[in-house]
Design a protein around this ligand. Structure first.
Ligand code: PAF
Length: 282
């Protein structure tokens, strides 16, 4: 695996590759776990050349969020990517991505859903994500880019940006990887102590209970959301939201809509956990 920090070096390698070869891009912020490796595997399976990126993007962190403390584990990440068979790693410094400084950077903003759900409690977060992802698309010019379905809102917003701006990249969502007890893998799980780790799977379990109620014909969506919030609170979370949305658009659904996604976000100690569950009603 070649590792490069500069955009020029990355372009030289990509420009020298076979013109017909398909390029898969897997953007990450590092601290890789099995969830990231499943994105790599999806790209390796589908594309001739897989480019992983590691960049802890400051633009997507709020002023009181964990940018400084975000886990940086480059040596371990590098070894995992090499073992996985990734072809190229792009790990730029901040000055390579934002040479004129953070505040001078042109931003990309997807209207509507960027300010709802996680966007409501993390103002500017999704603008930071779409800005860096569009830059990475323009830098690596992939045919396909892979993102985890665990960050369902992020995936939807990136798909909207790509469509709205006619970016010639196919966006692929990859299923969430879970621990045996159901907890979705996340770099932020490391903030949980043992007692909190034991409680954490209740987030997904609560989404599953909500899905079961929907499947059995319950149509009072606000009532189901309130019940789920109460369950999370009782388990020891500080819930941010539980919301039942249209799975494609993330709009508030018609109560009889068939393709739904239940999204939840809740704090547990230092960690802010998110998860989701898609369901088709018959
Ligand atoms: O999901 C992430 O790790 C980040 O939001 C991403 C897509 C790499 C952009 O910084």
């Amino acid at each position: 695996m070649e590792t490069v920090q500069g955009i020029g070096e990355l372009r030289e390698i990509l420009d020298a590759s076979d013109p017909g070869c398909s390029v898969g891009l897997v953007p990450t912020m590092g601290n890789l776990h099995a969830g990231h490796l499943s994105l790599m595997a999806a790209s390796l399976d589908r594309c001739d050349l897989t480019v992983a990126t590691i960049f802890v993007n400051p633009l997507q962190f709020g002023p009181h969020e964990d940018l400084e403390g975000y886990p940086r584990t480059f040596a371990e990440d590098h070894a995992q990517l090499e073992d996985a068979g990734v072809d190229l790693l792009f790990a730029p410094h901040e000055t390579e991505i934002y040479p004129e400084g953070r505040s001078a950077q042109t931003a990309v903003s997807v209207p509507g859903i960027s300010t709802e759900l996680c966007g409501a409690s993390r103002p500017g977060h999704f603008d930071g994500v779409t800005t860096v992802v569009l830059k990475l698309f323009n830098i690596a010019r992939p045919n396909v880019a892979f993102f985890g379905r665990k960050d369902y809102q992020q995936l939807t917003i990136i798909a909207n940006m790509t469509r709205h701006l006619n970016v010639p990249v196919e966006i692929v969502g990859v299923d969430t990887v879970r621990a045996d007890d159901g907890l979705a893998l996340s770099s932020r799980n490391r903030y949980l102590d043992d007692a909190q780790r034991a409680v954490a799977p209740r987030l997904y379990a609560t989404l599953q209970d909500t899905a079961d109620a929907l499947r059995t014909g319950e149509n009072d969506l606000p009532g189901l959301e309130r019940t789920a919030l109460g369950c999370l609170q009782a388990a020891g979370f500080e819930p941010d939201y539980v919301s039942i949305r249209d799975a494609l658009t993330l709009a508030k659904p018609d109560p009889h809509a068939r393709s739904l996604v239940i999204l939840g976000a809740a704090r547990l100690g230092r960690a802010r956990l998110i998860d989701n569950l898609c369901l088709e009603r018959t």
